[in-house]
Ligand binder design. Structure first.
Ligand SMILES: *Cc1c(COP(=O)(O)O)cnc(C)c1O
Length: 380
């Protein structure tokens, strides 16, 4: 189809002209925070494997053993024959970690949000979304058919105003936010959001992809707010837990409904045994070693102190460069010095806020962090 390729070529050329074309780069990850690209070894500040657990010998062995015992795939939707024995164990462990009644495991975090939100709200309902929430929260909101109402990032007063104006027109209401924001590393005011939600009969969903394993001794961002009531605690197994997959922790009733109706669970193959086993072993390691879970944030704070930035509150620190070209140039300069710090550009972040997103790992050496901070300091 000539018109198809012409369309693709034109679209790519337009993106290229704005420095917004993206390319995959084959990357081999090694122990610790070392990656290899084009035969060159780099210290990575771009992996989300905050505790290095994807490379941990026990996690790898658990994945291998599960593949040998149960097969390489779940081979069907969980509702057909894909509900292999590790999934129930994993759900119990996740629910316990989050202090919830029950949990539902999905094939990924993206599938969790795009399954959960449309199960709970639809046309005639409203979903209030933090402006900086992750793309898969927006995708879930769009799929639901509910009215989408964006509130200013972490702005409780704005959400209050919008709830007062809009809540009464909607049958059901959901408020969705990241717990730790993926590109900014800041934490949502979950206590105040929760209080507002209770006041307006809205259901709070918090996406803790970047909190679990690294905040509150591994329990995640919600545990920083003991007074918050968060009925929908979503997260991923693919960051600090070093595996792959997503989950929602909540009441038994909500989890039962998801397992009956969430389309990304009903019509997608279950999480593979190896991924479930890896996550279970990662949870063992996290629970056995709370000091490990504190490392990524401590490393991030060393970096922010060295650069004179506000204290980090999560393992993610953005260094805003402005235009996409500036972020790309900084990333290239750092690579020449042995650091991998990927530039993040629109549409992942708003126009004019292209940045280096620096993510810290328990395995980073303090000396390397200081070297990186000084190198970035020299580029700003
Ligand atoms: C990475 C991420 C997801 C998606 O999780 P996957 O398991 O990678 O699909 C969802 N929400 C946030 C905030 C994320 O950073």
């Amino acid at each position: 189809m000539q018109s198809l390729d012409a369309f693709a070529d034109e679209k790519l050329a337009a993106l290229e002209a704005k420095s917004l074309r993206r390319r995959l780069k084959t990357t081999r990850r090694h122990d610790g925070a070392v990656v290899e690209r084009d035969g060159k070894r780099l210290i990575s500040f771009s992996c989300n494997d905050y505790l290095g657990l994807s490379q941990h010998p026990l996690v790898r062995a658990a994945a291998a053993e599960a593949a040998l015992n149960y097969g390489a795939s779940a081979a069907a939707s969980r509702l057909v024959t894909g509900d292999h024995p590790l999934l129930a164990d994993l759900e119990k462990r996740l629910a316990r970690l989050k202090g919830a009644e029950a949990a539902c495991v999905f094939g990924s975090g993206y599938l969790a949000n795009t399954g959960v939100i449309p199960t709970l709200v639809g046309p005639g309902d409203a979903v209030f979304v933090d402006a900086w929430a992750h793309a898969c929260i927006w995708a879930g909101a769009q799929l639901s058919g509910a009215k989408i109402i964006k509130f200013a990032h972490n702005d409780v007063a704005d959400l209050q105003r919008l709830l007062e104006a809009e809540r009464s027109q909607a049958r059901r209401a959901l408020v969705a936010t990241d717990g730790v924001f993926s590109m900014d590393g800041d934490v949502a005011p979950l206590d105040r959001l929760s209080a507002l939600c209770e006041q307006h009969d809205a259901w709070l969903l918090s996406d803790d992809a970047h909190g679990v394993g690294v905040l509150a001794e591994g329990r995640g961002s919600a545990a920083l707010f003991p007074d918050a009531h968060i009925p929908l605690q979503m997260g991923t197994l693919s960051k600090a837990l070093g595996s792959y997959g997503g989950y929602l922790c909540g009441s038994q009733a909500v989890v039962d409904l998801l397992k009956t109706r969430a389309r990304t669970l009903v019509y997608a193959t279950g999480l593979p045994p190896a991924s479930a086993a890896a996550a279970l072993t990662a949870l063992d390691l996290i629970e056995a070693d709370p000091a490990l879970t504190q490392q990524p944030l401590a490393k991030a704070r060393l970096f922010t102190q060295r650069l004179g930035l506000p204290d980090a509150v999560s393992p993610i620190v953005p260094v805003i460069m402005g235009e996409a070209e500036a972020a790309l140039a900084a990333s290239t300069a750092l690579e020449a010095q042995g650091f991998l710090v990927v530039a993040i550009r629109p549409p992942t972040v708003p126009e004019g806020t292209a940045r280096l997103r620096v993510a810290f790992n328990a395995a980073h050496a303090d000396a390397d962090i200081i070297r990186l901070a000084d190198a970035i300091g020299a580029l700003r």
